[in-house]
Design a protein around this ligand. Sequence first.
Ligand code: ZN
Ligand code: MN
Length: 257
Amino acid sequence: MVDSVFMAELSWPQWQEKVPSGAIIFLPLGATEQHGPHLPLNVDVILPTAVAERVARAVGGLVAPTLAYGYKSMPRSGGGQSFPGTTSLDAQTFSHTIRDILRELATHGARRFVLLNGHFENAWPAVEGLDLGLREIRRDGIEGVTAMRLEYWDFVRKETLDRIFPDGFPGTELEHASLIETSLMLLLRPDLVDLSKIPQEGRASFPPYDISPAPPGYLRESGVLADARGSRAEIGQWLLDDHVELITAAVRKEFGL
Ligand code: ZN
Ligand code: MN
């Protein structure tokens, strides 16, 4: 058998050798969601999986199979649910899936987890899933479980953002399918990017509230919220380096490695 960083590529004896002795399990939280006409539906799967893979290698951990479906896409952060191909879970289903995965892994001896989120709307349902999972694990009489939960995009240096956005970084919310995600995809999966289809319309602007159902003109027709023009693999490399380095440092710190 190959010694893999991907948990599902191990045999059960290999799993048994690594996990109860302390290997941290990374669970990437993704989504199947439109990312404009120039990117595939699985951006939010590819990106957190790639970050988790690199961090897990650095700390001797394992990457559990990525959750490929996420909580519902919102118009102001992901374009909304009306785009063909966007395939989401109800919050309860998503939370319960995380709860079940954590419980199953803990039952077999896993004690250290990192939930590594790659889809904006997953954040709170992931908090809930983690809470339910830890509660269930405790009630099963299993002690000593520790978990981190994070959004990978928060781990970036200010200097890196200044370099990418010389006029000031406008914030992650509108970055959906825009410069950051497109640059990371150009680095990791250029075969899935069609630069000729990048929308030419610039940043969306929304009022500071949701409205349902979305009135005409409210949704971004392309599904892209900011601006993907100028995306480059080199920018993706700067970001990925920061994500991996800073998350690795946080994981080492919290787990005392
Ligand atoms: Zn995304
Ligand atoms: Mn997303």
